[in-house]
Design a protein around this ligand. Structure first.
Ligand code: TYM
Length: 332
């Protein structure tokens, strides 16, 4: 079975709809067809300041949400990044084979550091992509299910894997990004030209899966559309409506053309009301299941302990090979 690996940050506590449709949904689908490794990337989260108590809480909340979304520890390896020290270790190696200019071209870094100002931007944020490369290469992953915003990091991963393989002999599987066209980028409900993101200016545009379902319904109903009245998919001219159609299509399993036919002659209000209802039906049990996992911390800890053990077995082997190839003398 091909190997798959992906990660999600625990930063904001609640996952948003973009995280779910762009990534986590695919994780769930792939756990039975692939040898799957999924993690909550707490070491990535600390590249920006975190409140310790909140980080602890959000990391557990993230694991609970992944379980609620349908990850099954019998089918996949679910773990917390910092429980597997090899991530930081291989991350260092990746830093050492990356050009400074190459790292400087990472657009996510440029965007984030521009917002923060250089004194508040950490060196950790700058080296973030190389840690992500290590995350992937440690497991010899074939595929990495992510949203569009991670594409450049995946290209860096392929470049560094090939570079290392060329210089030191075949060591790493060169992975491909697994990005579903339809859901690669879910847009902000208030500003459908921007991707949905936890750092949005207007919280009304962001659907948090852990929000009160009433809040979610309200956000859907006040989504920005356009001045036409036709329900038709047209990313360019009708970004708001197209985003709603994408979301509805994914959650119902109906194709966009099917939905366009269904809503012919209907008003935007009808589309929003239906989507709001479907969202509420989705998030209500999701929140309940998440709470159940949070209420049983022992089970959660057991799942994570088992996950870390399985992950370490693979990661340690890759790291040892990497060190040896580079000429580091093994400890006896
Ligand atoms: P993160 O935590 O920001 O997001 C988790 C996943 O959600 C996807 N995503 C979206 N997809 C569609 N539309 C959106 N609006 C949207 N917003 C977020 C992201 O693309 C991502 O797949 N660097 C990564 C975490 C990471 C990782 C890894 C991923 C660390 N190591 C190794 C894969 C493999 C990140 O910050 O994702």
């Amino acid at each position: 079975r091909p190997r798959v690996l992906s990660g999600i940050q625990p930063t904001s506590g609640s996952f948003h709809l973009g995280n779910y449709l762009g990534a986590v949904r695919q994780w769930v689908d792939m756990q039975t067809s692939h040898d799957a490794f999924y993690m909550v990337v707490d070491l990535h989260a600390i590249t920006v300041p975190q409140d310790p108590e909140q980080l602890r809480r959000n990391t557990r909340l993230s694991v609970a949400q992944l379980l609620a979304a349908g990850l099954d520890p019998e089918h996949c390896t679910l773990f917390v990044q910092s429980h597997v020290p090899e991530h930081a270790q291989l991350g260092w190696v990746m830093n050492c084979i990356t050009g400074f200019g190459e790292a400087s071209r990472m657009t996510q870094f440029k965007d984030k550091s521009a917002k923060q100002g250089s004194d508040r931007t950490t060196v950790g944020l700058f080296t973030y992509p190389m840690l992500m490369v290590a995350d992937i290469l440690l497991y010899q992953a074939d595929q990495v299910p992510v949203g569009e915003d991670q594409r450049q990091h995946l290209e860096l991963t392929r470049d560094l894997a090939e570079r290392f393989n060329t210089q030191y002999g075949p060591t790493f599987t060169v992975p491909s990004a697994y990005i579903l066209k339809e859901t690669a980028k879910i847009y902000d409900l208030q500003d459908p030209s921007a991707k949905m993101s936890k750092s949005t200016a207007n919280p009304k545009g962001l659907i948090n899966l852990m929000d009160d379902p009433k809040v979610t319904a309200k956000k859907v109903k006040s989504a920005v559309t356009d001045t036409e009245t036709v329900i038709r998919f047209d990313r360019e001219n009708k970004p708001g409506v197209s985003n709603l159609l994408t979301i509805l299509s994914t959650l119902t399993g109906k194709t966009v053309p099917q939905l366009e036919a269904e809503y012919e002659g209907k008003m935007y209000g009808a589309l929003k009301t239906d989507l709001a209802e479907i969202m509420v039906d989705f998030v209500t049990p999701f929140r309940d299941r998440t709470q159940e996992y949070l209420d049983d911390p022992e089970t959660l800890d057991q799942i994570l302990a088992k996950g870390a053990e399985k992950a370490r077995a693979v990661a340690a082997e890759t790291l040892a090979t990497t060190y040896a190839r580079m000429g580091l003398v093994p400890a006896k």
